[in-house]
Design a protein around this ligand. Structure first.
Ligand code: C2O
Ligand code: CU
Ligand code: CU
Length: 490
């Protein structure tokens, strides 16, 4: 072979390598675009004024109890103009009115089931006696009523209510039965923070939904749960919100069946997290993202005083592994536009959010009488599928307990415990992020992770009626990823 031929061969090889390299670069760029850049629900016009769920009226009885009436109804909602969809609501066509009460109030909640099927009504995050908890054991049959009667003994926080019907929770919530239950207390009323409902204190119930062409809701289980491709906020498709150009507080509930959101703004602005599920943080925590899995809540304060319009989004911060795992049934978030926020002239100065919001009593893990191991595996907890006739755990009244929640599956599960608000001790030995270091009743546990939480069982022993603990991906819950515990006085 002459040297010139050799040279040509070498050049040919370089050419092939060059070609392969460019194909690889293009493929990686494409994959990156698909995973992180492409907006799943691209093309929104932000043309619908965000609905604010009205506050539920109540009557004050001679004995001082506050009495609410919840009519669970089958109605029609036009998510798309001129295209009515069958929906469910509580005193409303879709979702429920917002209940507001104060610590120390005794409330009577009369739930009328006007549906054609059985339902229940659960006060998620509320510290209530087991028989008032609205679990699968307190069923309300079609055209019957049930009254929950309890005193609010916990601190201010953003709770919510939804059905807990055995095997039917996912569908009933999907079609619209869910509402906020705001608890106020002396502390929340004394803090100089935005608190005018619907003006500078805005509730946001974020849900993903699938729609048929005719505008009706499509309930489908794919990859073991329901994942929608459109976002509705307070039941509004494609929403915008006008706010005064100052600091605005949002009370956010991830009311989705299965989707996790990494919330933030398209201009990457920072904001302050002031509260978790069950109360205020000790001090505001500045972040540019907040992660909410189904059932979790956060209160945030965002400064709009510069006056520019901004988009609230959910970013694909899941990372490559979780994002690709979504194709095989993982519970990732995708990349969504949620709503546009348009500041207009303010009528007052911004609030100076106080440095001290709360004084959380940190429970000493040394005082825990019991450490329970909770293993999340497949659709089971500790190897068992939910059985209403079986008690899985017995908790002694008065005990402090640490629950060690271990996720042995390939996807994230939001773990919820009834009755209590707990504190996260650690995630795989590392302290929780500052923005999740407040009272929680639902915690996301990532694949392979071990999360330790601590709580006290101070009240409400009942040898017969159990409370629930479960995955808050509603299809997982319905398929058996739930257990029952009793609080017993020995
Ligand atoms: Cu939000 Cu047992 O549920
Ligand atoms: Cu609950
Ligand atoms: Cu789950």
């Amino acid at each position: 072979m002459s040297p010139s031929v050799k040279q040509t061969g070498f050049r040919g090889l370089r050419c092939v390598v060059g070609l392969l390299a460019s194909i690889l670069v293009v493929a990686i760029a494409l994959l990156y675009w698909c995973l992180f850049v492409q907006v799943t629900n691209a093309g929104l016009a932000f043309e619908n004024d965000l609905k604010i769920p009205p506050e539920m009226e109540f009557t004050i009885n001679p004995d001082g109890t506050k009495e609410f009436v919840l009519r669970v109804q089958h109605r029609k909602t036009e998510f798309m103009d001129g295209k009515p969809a069958d929906t469910l609501g509580v005193n409303s066509t879709y979702l429920g009115q917002t209940i507001r009460a104060e610590r120390g109030d005794r409330v009577l909640l009369n739930v009328h089931n006007e549906l054609k099927e059985t339902t229940t009504m659960h006060w998620h995050g509320m510290h209530v006696p087991a028989e008032m908890d609205g679990t699968p054991h307190q069923t309300i049959r079609s055209s019957e009523s049930w009254t929950a009667d309890f005193e609010i003994t916990q601190e201010a926080g953003i709770l919510w209510y939804h059905p807990h019907t055995h095997g039917k929770t996912a569908e009933q919530v999907y079609f619209g039965i869910a509402g906020l239950f705001i608890v106020e207390d002396e502390n929340s009323k004394s803090l100089d923070i935005p608190d005018t409902y619907g003006v500078d204190d805005i509730p946001l119930i974020i849900q993903d939904r699938l729609f048929h062409e005719d505008g009706s809701l499509d309930y489908q289980i794919r990859n073991g749960a329901n994942f929608g491709e459109s976002i509705v906020v307070n039941g509004t498709l494609d929403p915008y919100l006008e706010v005064e150009a100052r600091k605005i507080r949002f009370r956010i509930l991830n009311g989705s069946n299965a989707r996790i959101y990494w919330l933030g703004f398209d201009d990457q602005r920072e904001f302050e997290v002031i509260a978790t599920d069950g109360g205020f943080l000790d001090s505001p925590v500045t972040v540019d993202r907040v992660r909410l899995s189904p059932g979790e809540r956060a209160e945030i304060v965002v400064d709009f005083s510069k006056g520019d319009s901004v988009k609230l989004k959910s970013f694909p911060d899941a990372g490559l592994l979780e994002t690709t795992s979504a194709w095989f049934g993982g519970t990732t978030n995708g990349h969504f536009d949620i709503m546009e926020i348009r500041p207009k002239n303010p009528t007052r100065e911004s609030h100076n959010i106080p440095e001290s919001l709360n004084r959380i009593h940190r429970i000493d893990p040394e005082t825990a009488a019991v450490r329970r191991v909770i293993i999340l595996g497949g659709m089971v907890i500790n190897g068992k599928s939910m059985d209403m006739k079986r008690i899985d755990e017995r908790v002694r009244l008065g005990d402090t307990e640490v629950w060690s929640i271990r996720n042995r599956t390939g996807r994230t599960h939001p773990f919820h415990i009834h009755l209590v608000q707990f504190l996260i001790l650690d995630r795989d030995g590392r302290p929780p992020a500052a923005e999740e270091s407040g009272w929680k009743d639902t915690v996301h546990v990532e694949s392979g992770e071990n999360v330790n939480v601590i709580m006290q069982f101070k009240q409400f022993a009942n040898p017969d009626v159990p409370y629930m603990y479960h995955c808050h991906i509603l299809e997982h819950e319905d398929r058996g990823m739930m257990g029952q515990f009793l609080v017993v006085d020995e």
